[in-house]
Ligand binder design. Structure first.
Ligand code: GDP
Ligand code: MG
Length: 597
């Protein structure tokens, strides 16, 4: 394809602002997908994506379009994930485009993540086409939000296009604007091949499918290629484009977007952001911006049925084929048995992984409270990286460091007070505040990551009646006054309940956990103290009083079959008990204590 007739673009939008619907409409209007094959949310492949209405993996699709100048263009739409956990994938998809549609719901206005992605697109020098969607809605305020957007990107309110992805109104004009405003790709056709990987997905039948954007040169079938970050080499078995179903072709040239298949079985061999070159005639310089995906949030995953452990291990292996960011290693807990300590990009990534494990592999799981990575410096000069609170070092600690994020909150200005209160409570410090329009404000905070990963977003939403939106990015670490709180049953620490918390919050955590456990653990033959402690210092205590429980006493000696039934029931109950020292704890108690709220 002549690069002059190619336009590579993506859509930047907040969740629910209509990105998938707009993509559907583009496919339909241009005839890329026949009407009878059309189904809603064509590009959202994974079931969980469709259910939750979010796009997890980016996808590419080729749309042929005959513009007003009667030439037929190749429009490549690169779909980007909309959630903050997947920022790195967004940045890679942006790097594969020359332009972006900034899509904003005409009844909602712009949201924090959209703004963050917009800034990322501007940094990548992308041409921006501002578009208001859902103008068919009675609640739409296109004039108001056109002005807001114009203020942010520095254009005229009249430059903001107005469409309805639902009815199709304005979509053809938008396609023409893409051709007119977004530059054609430029690259050197005769140079050694360089292609950027912006996505890679595992397919059960075809192995890893790698989505690439060719920058220079050409890639062809049967050619041997090399991954520039790892030097691993593979043969291209198939090369093609998504139209949107995969269609083989005889090679991809400058500016083209498509997929390659090499027969590798694991996405970690084909990493997002890496540069592919030809093995015979390699390029010397990688394309900019490659980053290893780095897990930020850790949690222990345990099967509720101990016998499911091998199933869980196989399931994690399988998920990892499709998820280069997922890491795990075996872990044992006195309370929960055998499981895995897993690392995730963020809380959503954790939730999605857990949901997939439960659904696709039919597992029932317990996950321990999520925590971030801590760096602990000891007085003897050694250093520890802690991803599991129960592995917190003992000995003389010089300092503890925790990751911090730069957070942006966009909200109607009525809620500024509530937001400040929440951020203060979460140890945040205000960095700046700007009015986007008369009644909407942007607030910038530095916050410890640990304070965000748990339930910050839920609280933000409930304090602002759902109107505020949040975005954050990692921004180094800070030294903090953190302590490890242990929960002890009869003097024995229960590993699954240890937590690293700020000194000022240790007491509250201790009181809450000891209260919860006192209620959840049944009385034993002896008194059981439940304590929260920092090192040897007890900060909270509850007692579970002793009882002498003889279930048979109730039967008055008479009815034998009833007696037997009771005995059996008691035995069954015992199976689900875990011993912590001499204390019998029903598994349900652990599960309830670990579940949030
Ligand atoms: P995404 O999360 O950005 O991919 O958003 P979707 O495309 O899934 O759309 C979110 C919701 O908005 C769905 O219920 C769509 O039917 C609806 N929607 C999308 N575009 C329009 C539109 O132009 N008008 C109306 N009324 N609803 C729309
Ligand atoms: Mg979508």
């Amino acid at each position: 394809t002549d690069p002059a007739l190619i336009r590579n673009f993506c859509i930047i939008a907040h969740i629910d602002h209509g990105k998938s619907t707009l993509a559907d409409r583009m496919l339909q209007i241009t005839g890329a997908v026949e009407d009878r094959q059309m189904r809603a949310q064509y590009l959202d492949r994974m079931d969980i994506e469709r259910e939750r209405g979010i796009t997890i993996k980016s996808q590419a699709v080729r749309i042929p379009f005959t513009a007003l100048d009667d030439k037929t263009y190749t429009l490549d739409l690169i779909d980007t994930p909309g959630h903050v956990d997947f920022t790195y994938e967004v940045s890679r998809s942006l790097a594969a485009c020359e332009g972006a549609i900034l899509l904003v719901d005409a009844a909602q206005g712009i949201e924090a993540q959209t703004l963050a992605n917009l800034y990322m697109a501007l940094e990548n020098d992308l041409a921006i086409i501002p578009v208001l969607n859902k103008i068919d809605l009675p609640a739409a305020q296109p004039e108001k939000y056109a002005e807001e957007i114009a203020g942010i990107i520095g254009c005229e309110p009249s430059d903001v296009l107005k469409v309805s992805a639902k009815t199709g109104e304005g979509v053809e004009e938008l396609l023409n604007e893409i051709v007119r405003q977004i530059p054609a790709p430029v690259g050197e056709a005769d140079a050694p091949a360089r292609a950027m990987i912006f996505d890679s997905v595992y397919d059960t039948y075809r192995g890893v499918v790698t989505y690439v954007r060719i920058v220079d040169g050409r890639l062809s079938p049967r050619e041997r290629i090399q991954m520039m970050s790892t030097k691993a080499s593979h043969e291209i078995l198939e090369i093609g484009v998504s139209s949107p179903e995969p269609v083989k072709c005889d090679g991809l040239g400058v500016g083209e977007v498509g997929y390659i298949i090499t027969g590798v079985k694991d996405v970690r061999q084909s990493k997002v952001g890496d540069t592919i070159t030809s093995l015979a005639d390699p390029a010397t310089k990688m394309l900019a911006g490659y980053q290893e995906p780095k897990p930020m949030v850790f949690s222990g995953l345990y099967p509720i049925e101990g016998t499911d452990y091998p199933v869980l291990r196989d399931a994690l292996d399988k998920l990892q084929l499709n998820d280069a960011a997922l890491v795990f290693e075996p872990e044992t807990s006195a309370a929960l048995g055998f499981g895995f300590r897993c690392g995730f990009l963020g809380l959503l990534h954790l939730e999605i992984t857990r949901a997939r494990l439960e659904r696709e592999f039919n597992l029932d799981l317990i996950s321990t409270a999520p925590n971030v990575i801590y760096r602990v410096e000891m007085e003897d000069g050694t250093e520890h990286t802690v991803t599991n609170p129960s592995e917190f070092p003992t000995g003389k600690i010089a300092s503890i460091h925790e990751p911090v994020v730069k957070a942006t909150v966009l909200s109607p200005s009525d809620y500024v007070g509530q937001i400040m209160e929440l951020c203060q409570d979460r140890r945040g410090s205000l960095q700046g505040m700007d009015y986007l329009s008369e009644d909407r404000v942007e607030m910038r905070y530095t916050l410890p990551m640990a304070e965000i990963v748990f339930d910050f977003f839920d609280h933000l939403k409930s304090r602002t009646k759902g109107y505020a939106s949040l975005d954050y990015e990692l921004s180094g670490e800070q030294e903090s006054d953190l302590v490890k709180v242990d929960i002890l049953l009869q003097g024995e620490a229960v590993d699954a309940f240890s937590a690293i918390v700020h000194k000022d919050k240790a007491y509250a955590y201790g009181v809450e956990m000891t209260k919860k456990l006192r209620e959840l653990i049944p009385r034993q033959q002896f008194e059981v103290p439940v304590q929260a402690a920092i090192g040897a210092r007890v900060i909270a205590r509850e007692n579970i009083r002793a009882i002498r429980k003889d279930v048979l006493a109730k039967c008055y000696g008479g009815d034998i079959s009833r007696k037997r039934k009771l005995l059996e029931k008691q035995k069954e109950g015992k199976k689900r008990m875990k011993m912590v020292g001499r204390v019998e704890v029903p598994q349900e108690a652990f599960i309830s204590a670990l579940s949030t709220d």
